[in-house]
Design a protein around this ligand. Structure first.
Ligand code: SF4
Length: 282
């Protein structure tokens, strides 16, 4: 099982990445990749130096078929140690990874990217997304919500989700307005695809953890939870972070719901027929 509370297992057909936004600065995967390399894992060779990504991404051919060998229906987080839409991963490789998802109808795959522009380009050129893939964009502040989340409208996915982790400031998602928006606007960047059902179906929120974690405030979480509840969108509060200024916890990541105010103990999943979640409300 994965330690990430909103999934069951991780699947890494590629490893390696590069910092692309303020949310990446304390990237957990970057530190973990260095530890894995130091322990002799060759697949990380060239991807990290001194605990920093080099920008090299390695394809891991032996990992590609892993989901096919598992018959038990499972929720997989794709590329916890990379970003599927990293600029150095060719569309032909991404095709292979989505083909594996298509061939594994028993599973659900959660794809989360900080490179929403490239994700949109990919689906512009390739068309539809596998029925069992949930497509998400990761944002950390208001500027990125405005710019990136619009592009989440492009993939014709059964579930579209936003992960606000690490949450770096208060964000007004405006989900009720978003989900009522339908098809009245065109996507940015000259994209031509505009799907009829472009609602956001799920939100994850979490504070930063680890050394130097940036501050969070309870009000930021409350605002997002309230917004989701008003819009009827399931929300998963993952952790308050290691530096929640107005609510201290014993758990190093602020990740134990038992230590949170009761109104924030919300861990919901999208209501789909396929691949319902490992855990429900905390
Ligand atoms: S995109 Fe994700 S994996 Fe890549 S550096 Fe940023 S946080 Fe880390």
């Amino acid at each position: 099982m994965s330690k990430i509370e909103w999934t069951e297992k991780t699947w890494n057909p590629t490893v390696g990445c590069s910092i692309v936004s303020p949310g990446c600065h304390h990237c957990y995967a970057m530190r973990q990749a260095q530890r894995n390399l130091n322990m002799g894992s060759d697949r990380y060779a060239g991807t990290v130096e001194n605990f920093r990504w080099t920008g090299q991404v390695n394809v891991v051919p032996e990992a590609l078929e892993i989901p096919k060998r598992r018959k038990t229906p499972t929720m997989w987080f794709v590329n916890s140690m990379s970003d599927l839409f990293h600029e150095s991963i060719g569309f032909d490789i991404i095709d292979q990874i989505f083909d594996v998802m298509r061939s594994c109808e028993q599973h659900t795959f959660q794809v989360l990217t900080k490179r929403a522009e490239r994700m949109a380009d990919y689906f512009e050129s390739r068309g539809c997304c596998p029925d069992n893939a949930w497509m998400g964009v990761s944002i950390e502040d208001c500027a990125r919500l405005a710019r990136k989340a619009q592009l989440l409208r492009v993939p014709q996915a059964r579930v579209r989700f936003i992960s606000a982790e690490p949450l770096l400031e208060a964000i007004d998602f405006g989900l009720a307005r978003w989900n009522a928006g339908g098809v009245s606007e065109r996507p940015p960047g000259g994209l031509s695809t505009w799907w009829v059902d472009s609602r956001v179906n799920w939100v994850i929120v979490g504070g930063e953890s680890g050394p130097g974690a940036r501050a969070t405030e309870l009000a930021w979480f409350r605002q997002i939870v309230a917004d989701c509840q008003t819009a009827g969108v399931p929300v998963f509060v993952k952790q308050l972070g290691s530096n929640c200024t107005d609510h201290k916890t014993r758990h190093p990541k602020g990740g134990d719901p038992a230590e949170w105010p009761e109104d924030l103990r919300v861990r919901e999943f999208p209501n789909t027929a396929r691949g319902i979640a490992p855990t429900e409300s905390a």
